[in-house]
Design a protein around this ligand. Structure first.
Ligand SMILES: Nc1ncnc2c1ncn2[C@@H]1O[C@H](COP(=O)(O)OP(=O)(O)OP(=O)(O)O)[C@@H](O)[C@H]1O
Length: 368
């Protein structure tokens, strides 16, 4: 799976862009503030419907314009379009037809992002790590999205009853039954993918010579007590939940922990080691997904930040094995392209774009 053409209008400082992308590596080089990250943000919006930098669509729309559009053609034949308007309106389209949910976008465009926010996988809250695991489960297990949706519906109903402060045990019992059934299935699917992910991450980290990263361990917490079924756990926590006004147990509380010798990984690892761990997790996720479907696209914002040349090369090799395409940003072309030039074709001849004050132009290559 690769983006063959990407069109943007009024996206942050980019007023218009129409880019023909290569399968393999596409480098976007330019000074600070030129628009490189905005371009990755636009590609990411096509896979999620949202920006990775802002919850407010308005802040992404170019100043003084009414709305933004991002459109892409994929080599799978799909076309994706997202429009966001300053008045709050907007549309998401797949092959010209209205999409029902952002998960339809995600299904068309499996995408991995590595940027400065990726460290949150180690030092952020459980929700960030849960979403990492769920990205893998979503792309591998076809029934997961529906199961998770069923769980969320039942959770919302149970929480609404708890907030009322007075429980009709028969009514809450019905929702707990649905919660328990969907929740156990969500957990079972997560567990299978967690074990595969842990094995894949450890395989990648073993490739690093003499590294503290060999001692990283991953643990999965399902969100309720080991000894109980979810149904029992919900019943037991009912009175406490009533006091708090929400459900405190279940797979919406699941977590994936990264530790080194029992300590949280971010307390032990250097910043560069943390970035390599995050890169390994993202690569492992892509590896698992491409066993079942097309290889994902990687978006990498400023790879050289925090990584020495050897680690950049290792990561480039990892990506070359499990991605169909990568969009990479960097300030200086030589440094940004170096890790990729060590790989085999087609990864070793990146297509280079220069980004300047929101204008993006492709560099004529020797082959063109
Ligand atoms: N809504 C907007 N309208 C117009 N310009 C904007 C908007 N939001 C942000 N900008 C500007 O867009 C520019 C591009 O930002 P971007 O983060 O893409 O730069 P970058 O090339 O990734 O920079 P760096 O190398 O510093 O990370 C910045 O100058 C920013 O101030």
């Amino acid at each position: 799976m690769a983006l063959t053409r990407l069109l943007l209008s009024n996206f942050r400082n980019i007023s218009q862009a129409d880019l023909t992308l290569d399968a393999g590596v596409n480098l976007f080089c330019g000074d600070n503030g030129s628009g490189k990250t905005s371009l990755l943000e636009a590609a990411h919006m096509l896979a999620t419907g949202r920006s990775f930098r802002s919850r407010q669509h308005k802040s992404v729309i170019r100043h003084d314009s009414h709305g933004l559009t991002v459109f892409a053609q994929l080599d799978t034949g799909y076309s994706l379009g997202v429009e966001r308007l300053a008045d709050g309106g907007g549309r998401v389209r797949i092959n010209q037809a209205a999409a029902e949910s952002s998960s339809q976008l995600a299904n068309c465009l499996p995408l991995q992002l590595i940027n400065s926010d990726s460290f949150a996988a180690l030092d952020g809250g459980p929700g960030v790590r849960r979403r990492l695991l769920d990205w893998t489960v979503f792309h591998v297990e076809h029934l997961f999205a529906q199961e998770w949706k069923n769980y969320q519906i039942a959770l919302k109903q149970r929480n609404a009853l708890l907030r009322r402060g007075k429980i009709d045990t028969q009514v809450i019992g019905v929702w707990e039954e649905q919660l328990a059934q969907s929740g156990e299935r969500v957990d079972a699917q997560r567990r299978v993918q967690f074990l595969a992910l842990r094995a894949a991450v450890s395989g990648l980290l073993e490739e690093l010579p003499r590294s503290l990263l060999h001692h990283v361990d991953m643990g999965y917490r399902r969100g309720w007590r080991k000894e109980s079924t979810l149904s029992e756990a919900l019943r037991e926590s009912r009175d406490g939940d009533l006091g708090q006004g929400h459900t405190r147990t279940g797979p919406h509380r699941a977590d994936v922990r990264f530790t080194v010798a029992g300590e949280p990984a971010h307390n032990v690892l250097s910043r560069g080691q943390q970035k390599m761990l995050v890169c390994a997790v993202r690569t492992a996720m892509a590896q698992l997904v491409c066993r079942h479907r097309e290889k994902p696209v990687f978006l990498v914002d400023d790879l050289p930040a925090e990584l020495d040349e050897h680690n950049q090369q290792v990561f480039a090799h990892w990506v070359g094995r499990c991605a169909s395409q990568v969009l990479v940003t960097g300030i200086e072309e030589g440094a940004t392209s170096r890790p990729w030039r060590q790989l085999e074709a087609p990864w070793n001849c990146p297509k280079v774009f220069h980004v300047e004050h929101g204008n993006i132009s492709a560099e004529a290559s020797a082959a063109q």
